[in-house]
Design a protein around this ligand. Structure first.
Ligand code: NOJ
Length: 765
C-alpha cells in the first residue's frame, strides 16, 4: 500500500456489521430503474428478489453524496495502469463511505486493511469491491490470451480463467477487468495480445468461456471473481492500429463484427462491462448512449454495471465533446457509465448535477443499484472479507495444480508454422544443442504484458526447459547473441562459435514483453533490432536451425519465414513457457495450435483478415491487371486464419451434405473424413466455413461456423460431422434485421481458412 494511505490508517472503532443487518428491514417497493434498464427482466428467483429488496432499502438510506461515492473507483499503487490521479483524498473518502471500489491494490493484507476502513468507519458499511487486470493469470501466469485462443480448446481456456480466479480471489481480488473481447484486425495495435483474434464467432465462444471461468458456477463462491467484458465497443478498430486512436466504422460493421462477442458475454452472465476510449459515430464510447443504453442495457438487458475506463470520463474534455469535467460527468452518467475509474468526476460533480436538475436522480439510483447488485451477488455484504484469507492466499498462489495447468495450456497454444524436412521433433539424445537468442534465457519477457503478480523468478526459461528435458548425455550450450532491439551492429561471434559446435540450433527471437499490450502499437511489425541478422549469420554455419518466435501480435516476416528451416510460434507463454516449449521441441507434445489472427505479408496489407468481402474485381487465376490487388505483394496473408501444422499430416476427403436443400426450420448435416497420414498421433482442428453467395447486402467470402478439435492416431481416419441450421446463416440484412436469407450457400471444411473442401446447398423459405 502506498505510504500516504498507510499513514492514514489510524485505529478504528469496530462496529459490529451484524447490528446493521439486524436493524435493517427490507421494504417491498417497485424497483426503481431508468430508461432502458429492464430490471423487471431479472431472473425472478427468491435470491435475486431478496437482493433487489435489500438494494431498495440501502438506496433509501444513502445520501446523494454516498451514492456518488459508490460510483467512484480509486486506484492504489500496487500496480499502476495509467497516469495516476486522485490519491490524497481517497482514504478519507473510503472511511466516509464515499468510494465504491479500488483497483490496483493486491494481497489479502492490503485489501483487508482498506475493507476495514470502509466497514468500520462508514455509516452504511457498504463493502468495497477490489478490481485488478487479471488477464492471463495472477501469480501463475498462463499464455497471453491471443496465444490461448490458438489452442481452439474452449475447456482449457475456461480452466485457465478459473485458475486465475482461484489465485486472484485468494489474494483479495473480487473483480477482474477481463476478458477483453475486442475483435482485432490490425496487428499494429498492441492490445491484440489481450483478445482472441479476428473472428466474431470464435471470439464469442472464447469470450463466454473466459466469463464462465472467472465467475465460476456462482459469483458468491469464495473463489469466483466477477468478469468485465471490455472495451465497449469497437476499440479493436482504432485507426492505423494506434492505441487510443479514433474509430470510424459503420453501424453494420459494429453490430456484425465488433459487438458479437460482447453479446455473448451478456448471455454467459458477465457481471460488468468496461467502456472504450474510442469514439463511435463521432461520439466517444463514454458518452455513447446508443452503445451503453440502447444496445447493452436496452436490447441485451444487461443488469450488471459499467465501469468507465481509466479517466475516460475526464478525456471527454480532451476529445472536444465536453466543456469541462462537470459536463463530462453529466454526459457519462446519462450515457450509461455506472462507475467512474479514477477521473473523480462523479465524486466531484454528481451531487451538484442532481441538485441543479441537470441529472435525474433516477439515473444515479440505477447506477448505484447495479453496483450494489454485483456486490450482493458476490456475497460481499455477507462477508466483506471473503477474499482476505491470508492462509488461503499462501496455499493457492503457484499451487502445483496451477503450474501443471499452465504448462498444459502453454503447450496447446504453440503453433507450428514451418517444419522443413521434418527437423522437428528433435531427438532427446542429440549430443550438443545450441540455445541462442535474446529471448532464450529471458524470464521476464516470456510472461508477456499484463502479468498481474507474476514474477520472472517463478518462470521457466527456454534454456531451463531444454536443459531439464534432454538426456544427461546431451550438452546444452548457450549464447545470447544480441539484444532484442540493438540498433548498432552487434558482434555475433560467441553465438556463431556456439552454433558451430552444436548438432542443432534453437534460436529464440522476437519482441520484448513491453512491445505489445496497452500503449504498445508498432508500425514495423517485424522482428526488432538485429535479430534477423543473427539468424542470417547462424544460417551460414549450415546447422539445422529451429526458430522460436516470441511475440504478442502477428508479425510481418516473409523473409524470415522463407529462411528459417523450422518455425514455432511460441508467443508469450507465461510461467511454464520453457517447459512447454521443450515438450514440443522434443515431441513429448505434438503441436496442434492454429492462428486466430492472420499474419500479414507486409504492413501495407493491414487490415488483412479472412472474412473479407469479395469486391467487384477479386483476384482470380489468370486475371488481368484491372483487379483488386497489389503490384508488389500478394493479396493473401503470410499465414491465414486457422493455420497451424502438426508433426503429422492430415488428409481431408469425402465431404458430404445429407441434403442439397434445407428449409428455414430445418438443419443440414455436413460430414468429412479426416485421415492421419503421418507417423505421429496428432490433434487437428477441423474447421467449417460458410459463404452466403447472394444477399441483400454483400457477404464475406467465408465465415467460420463451427470447428472440432479431434485426436487422430497415426494411420487412422475419423468421420467428423457438423450440423448447420438457418440461424447459423443469420446476419444483419439490408434493413438491419438479424436473420438468414434464402439462397445458395457454399460450405467449406478444412484444416485452415484457405485449404478446404467445398460443397453447395440452398436455403429455402
Ligand atoms: C486502461 C485499460 O484500457 C483497461 O483495459 C484496464 O482495465 C484499465 N486501464 C485498468 O488498468
Amino acid at each position: 500500500m502506498n505510504p500516504l494511505m498507510k499513514s492514514m490508517l489510524t485505529p478504528i472503532a469496530r462496529i459490529n456489521i451484524l447490528s446493521f443487518f439486524i436493524i435493517s428491514y427490507f421494504i417491498i417497493t417497485v424497483v426503481p430503474g431508468y430508461g432502458q434498464d429492464k430490471t423487471s427482466t431479472l431472473k425472478q428467483t427468491p435470491e435475486e428478489l431478496a437482493i433487489e429488496k435489500k438494494i431498495d432499502y440501502l438506496l433509501g438510506q444513502m445520501t446523494l453524496e454516498e451514492k456518488a461515492g459508490q460510483l467512484t473507483q480509486y486506484s492504489g499503487n500496487d500496480t499502476v495502469t495509467g497516469p495516476l490521479k486522485f490519491v490524497s483524498t481517497q482514504v478519507e473518502d473510503i472511511k466516509k463511505g464515499l468510494a465504491g471500489s479500488i483497483l490496483n491494490v493486491v494481497g489479502t493484507e492490503n485489501t483487508r486493511e482498506l475493507q476495514e476502513l470502509a466497514m468500520e468507519n462508514s455509516r452504511l458499511k457498504i463493502p468495497l469491491i477490489f478490481g485488478l487486470d487479471v488477464i492471463h493469470g495472477y501469480k501463475t501466469l498462463f499464455p497471453i490470451p491471443l496465444a490461448e485462443a490458438a489452442s481452439w480448446d474452449l475447456a482449457a481456456i475456461e480452466q485457465s480463467a478459473r485458475v486465475a480466479a482461484i489465485e486472484a480471489s485468494s489474494a483479495g481480488i473480487n473483480w477482474t477487468f477481463a476478458p477483453m473481447v475486442d475483435i482485432a484486425r490490425d496487428p499494429r495495435w498492441g492490445r491484440v495480445m489481450e483478445g482472441a483474434g479476428e473472428d466474431p464467432y470464435f471470439g464469442s465462444l472464447v469470450a463466454a468461456a473466459r466469463v464462465r471461468g472467472f465467475q465460476g458456477s456462482n459469483l458468491a463462491n469464495k473463489n469466483s471473481i466477477v468478469a468485465c467484458a471490455k472495451h465497449f465497443a469497437g476499440y479493436g478498430a482504432v485507426e492505423a492500429g494506434r492505441e487510443y486512436n479514433t474509430v470510424d466504422i459503420s453501424r453494420r460493421v459494429m453490430n456484425e463484427i465488433y459487438l458479437r462477442p460482447f453479446k455473448a458475454t451478456v448471455e454467459a452472465g458477465v457481471g460488468t462491462f468496461m467502456n472504450a476510449f474510442n469514439e463511435f459515430e463521432g461520439i466517444p464510447a463514454t458518452a455513447n448512449s446508443y452503445l451503453l443504453r440502447d444496445k447493452l442495457k436496452g436490447e441485451w438487458n444487461f443488469n450488471g454495471f459499467v465501469v468507465a475506463d481509466w479517466n475516460s470520463i475526464g478525456e471527454l474534455v480532451i476529445n472536444g465533446l465536453a466543456n469541462d469535467e462537470k459536463d463530462a460527468a453529466q454526459m457519462a452518467i446519462k450515457a450509461g457509465n455506472d462507475m467512474d475509474m479514477v477521473t473523480g468526476a462523479y465524486r466531484k460533480y454528481l451531487v451538484e448535477l442532481v441538485k441543479t436538475g441537470k441529472v435525474d436522480i433516477k439515473l444515479v439510483d440505477d447506477a448505484v443499484r447495479r453496483v450494489l447488485r454485483i456486490k450482493y451477488r458476490l456475497g460481499l455484504f455477507d462477508n466483506p472479507y471473503k477474499n482476505c484469507d491470508a492462509a488461503l492466499e499462501n496455499q493457492m498462489l503457484l499451487h502445483p495444480a496451477h503450474i501443471v495447468a499452465a504448462r498444459e495450456m502453454a503447450r496447446k497454444s504453440i503453433v507450428l508454422l514451418k517444419n522443413q524436412e521434418h527437423i522437428l521433433p528433435l531427438s532427446l539424445n542429440i549430443k550438443k544443442i545450441a540455445v541462442i537468442g535474446p529471448l532464450a534465457d529471458s524470464r521476464d519477457d516470456i510472461l508477456g504484458f499484463w502479468s498481474a503478480q507474476g514474477e520472472g523468478k517463478d518462470a521457466v526459461t527456454v534454456l531451463e526447459g531444454i536443459r531439464d528435458a534432454v538426456s544427461p548425455s546431451t550438452e546444452v550450450l548457450y549464447a545470447k547473441g544480441c539484444n532484442i532491439d540493438d540498433q548498432l551492429s552487434p558482434v555475433y561471434d560467441e553465438a556463431i562459435a556456439v552454433a558451430l559446435q552444436a548438432d542443432v540450433v534453437v534460436l529464440a527471437i522476437g519482441e520484448n514483453r513491453e512491445m505489445s499490450g496497452e500503449a504498445s502499437s508498432r508500425a514495423f511489425i517485424s522482428i526488432p533490432g538485429r535479430q534477423e541478422e543473427l539468424l542470417d549469420n547462424l544460417l551460414k554455419t549450415g546447422k539445422p536451425i529451429v526458430v522460436l518466435l516470441m511475440n504478442g501480435r502477428p508479425l510481418a516476416i516473409p523473409g524470415l519465414v522463407s529462411k528459417a528451416p523450422a518455425l514455432l510460434e511460441t508467443w508469450f507463454l507465461g510461467s511454464q513457457a520453457g517447459n512447454a516449449i521443450a515438450d514440443v521441441l522434443f515431441g513429448k507434445y505434438n503441436p496442434a495450435g492454429k492462428l486466430t489472427m492472420s499474419f500479414p505479408f507486409a504492413v501495407g496489407q493491414v487490415p488483412v483478415y479472412y472474412n473479407h468481402k469479395n469486391t467487384g474485381r477479386p483476384e482470380m487465376p489468370n486475371s488481368d491487371r484491372w483487379i483488386s490487388h497489389y503490384l508488389d505483394i500478394p493479396n493473401e496473408p503470410l499465414f491465414p486464419f486457422g493455420f497451424g501444422l502438426s508433426y503429422t499430416t492430415f488428409e481431408y476427403s469425402n465431404l458430404k451434405l445429407n441434403k442439397a436443400t434445407m428449409k428455414m426450420d430445418d438443419s443440414i448435416s455436413v460430414s468429412i473424413t479426416v485421415r492421419n497420414t503421418g507417423k505421429y498421433d496428432g490433434e487437428e482442428v477441423v474447421q467449417l466455413y460458410v459463404r452466403d453467395l447472394v444477399g441483400s447486402v454483400t457477404r464475406p467470402v467465408k465465415e467460420l461456423k463451427g470447428f472440432k478439435k479431434v485426436m487422430i492416431k497415426a494411420g487412422e481416419s475419423l468421420d467428423i460431422s457438423f450440423t448447420l441450421k438457418a440461424p447459423d446463416m443469420a446476419f444483419f440484412t439490408k434493413d438491419m434485421t438479424y436473420k438468414a436469407e434464402p439462397g445458395d450457400f457454399k460450405v467449406f471444411v478444412g484444416t485452415n481458412s484457405v485449404d478446404c473442401k467445398e460443397a453447395v446447398f440452398s436455403l429455402t423459405e
